[in-house]
Design a protein around this ligand. Sequence first.
Ligand SMILES: C[S@@+](CC[C@H](N)C(=O)[O-])C[C@H]1O[C@@H](n2cnc3c(N)ncnc32)[C@H](O)[C@@H]1O
Length: 860
Amino acid sequence: MGKTQKKFGKGRLDHYYRLAKEKGYRARAAFKILQINQKYGGFLEKSRVVIDLCAAPGSWCQVAASLCPVDSLIVGVDLAPIKPIPKVIAFQEDITSDKCRAQLRQHLKTWKADCVLHDGAPNVGTAWVQDAYTQSELVLQSLKLATEFLVPGGIFVTKVFRSKDYNNLMWVFNQLFSKVEATKPPASRNVSAEIFVVCRGFKAPKRIDPKFLDPKAVFEDLTDPTPNYEAKVFNPEKKKRKRDGYEEGNYTQFKTMSVLDFVKGNDPIAALGSMSEFKFEIPEVGATEEPVEREDTEQNEEPPSPEELHKELKIVKKLEETSTEVKELCKDLKVLGKKDFRLLLKWRLKCRVALGLDKDDEDTPEADQDPTANMTEEEKIEYELQGLQDKEAARRKRERRKKNEQRQKEITRMQLGMLNPVDIGIEAAQVGSDSLFSLKEVEKSGQLDTLARGRMNVIVTNEDAKKKDVDEIEIGENSDEDADRLEDELDVMYEQYQERRAENDANYRAKKSREEHPDSEWTGFEEHASESDGDDEDDGIKFDEDYQSSSDPESDDDDDEPKPKNRNLLTALENSDAKINGLSKTAHKFFGQTVFKDIDGLDSESDSDEAINKIVELRKLQDHHPKAEFDEENRASSGQDDRNSFEVVKEVKEPTKKSWSDDDSSDDEAEHEGRSAPNIDIITAEAMTLAHQLALKEKSKSDVIDESYNRYSMRDRDGLPQWFLDDEDRFSKAIRPVTAEAAAAIKAKLRALNARPIKKVEEAKARKKMKAARKLERLRKKSDIIIEDPNKSEKEKAESIQKLMRKASKKTTKPQVKVVVARGANRGIMGRPKGVKGRYKMVDGRMKKEMRALKRKANK
Ligand SMILES: C[S@@+](CC[C@H](N)C(=O)[O-])C[C@H]1O[C@@H](n2cnc3c(N)ncnc32)[C@H](O)[C@@H]1O
């Protein structure tokens, strides 16, 4: 098989490749040094001694041999053998070895080099095994040789790669040379990360700090001193293969640390991010791979003795907070989640208090570290005021959070039917004032009976009545402030992580928007109560608008402003004139829908809930005929209500069979327009299975309701962080059965959906149709005129119409535009080019190429 030539990237055999062949250079790299030499004043022409490090196959040596003065000494060295070059001494050696240095010395004798060239790159030669050094280390090694052999004022040319080490290298070059410039000769491919640094004016210091030439010192000095371990929680680093091997002296990925170091260290997050285990042992000297800076011991202070450490460890172990859970968590830090980290951080704070490193907020005598000691009277007052304000704000925030959590919990329970109103009152009273309301308030307002009798949506709280109790909650929480702060930071990071995900992941965005606009079913009045502008008088209890805004546990966190205090606990609304024909506004709106318009008697004042219940029942029976005449008997008004029955009323779709059908044509959509409930489309195999089961009467409604009460539906979500809930929603959910038929149905449905033309095509077709219709209309009008013309005979009329029709059916073709490339005879001419008829367009020959290049650039 013949050799195939690569056409792209580095493998492309380009202009310089051919030129090198032409000129007899061993590599196209020759042009790089030629161009550098030209740019920097032809230094090779003035060099009598040149050392070429990493010279194989030897093109730089060839250039040097051709440019340097006739009797110059040119020495080339490489790991790979270099075929002999006239006027060049070449030998095979590793430039990082002492042997190489010795050989160079041997060849140079007492001379010094005017110029040291280095074009080394690991893994490009043939000596793969020896090529252990990284490019930057190789550069530093070559610099080392250069500093040894260069004359004062000499030139060092080296190749470097743009990497994180680049700046460090440049810094070192600048210390040793008076002029340092980076350049990329045209012969160097743009796709290559290489650039060349030309260091002129070697300073030839008498003594060079070995650190300047020590790869460890040069490349590690400037590494980020404080890695952000916190960020690692939500921004895990992309795992890279350890191509460089293990860290020096650390041949394991499992890192341990003594709990004492964790507790005493001032960067617990770093420890949590980098360690694998916290050991309940005293720290050995040098045992931790990453030495921990301690807050408690000053740099020059004596380290604690082993006895002291034992004592401290004992205290930590005996601490009440050092639970089995904490111990287990310490065993494998790499598998912990945010909640576990938080627990460990809290535990650390407690340990610090126990070890006397921190003071417990509760018994900290403020005078101990009185920051106001050096303040003027005015400053003191301001300081105190500020402190009070901060405290008040924090208290309010905590208070609201707790309140909301409690409310949320109770409302969820009530919605699930787990509580009746009396329970709520009792529970709230037990919990304290930080709940929905206090029973005393209810009693005072005289609404206790009303409350106990009926079902309610929301109970309004009286904020003032609670204030005195809130202070109690505050106790013991100050010590958690640090943990709170960390928690907040993590929450912010989680939000940012979600934003980033939303930006990059279209599926995620779609899912979110589905969550925001769910195709929820209408489940009765209560769900919509909050939307009805506080008109939900069904229970005789006013819906507090404030409540609505504060019921979102997240909404209040940023908002420290106190809410308006119009929270009268209960407001009797029996006499409210908001009722319309005996129905609440919501109910009135509902029965105002077209499906009810033929049902007589709904307007009558005597129509009460029982009649409505009957409607519901009737509709259930009639299912297919919602607009059927309502029996006279059923219209009779009757006694008192059982409002709960509304909750199960669902909108009945007209043709029932269509609700399960896969046909979602536009006609169908039009049919559904104007209805209150959305056109529910079955898109998952689970839903399809359920639909089949319901349709085949394998399952009843009550079965479905029963199934919805499972261990997942009763989950307590209050107070849990969003990231946790998101995870739960993803992984901890009921697995619904799927039948093969349902899966096949969904598959077929999706196939049909995909087979449909896209919107644009449909639109284009519609436009075409519309144009044709207009044309036809115009023709019709014209032919009408012809027919009505009294001066024409019937034959003439027929002919004229036929002519019209022929003209209309004639296909019109767009005039073609001829593209003329402006080259050769056409270049630079004004006006129509010779021999071109009709419409034409002059184009630049390069345009196509350039457009492509621009596109490529934009895509990068
Ligand atoms: C890009 S080539 C040099 C091309 C050369 N300048 C020319 O014009 O022909 C890089 C060379 O660096 C050499 N090299 C890599 N590591 C080396 C080392 N430690 N000691 C000596 N040579 C090394 C490789 O063997 C390879 O031949």
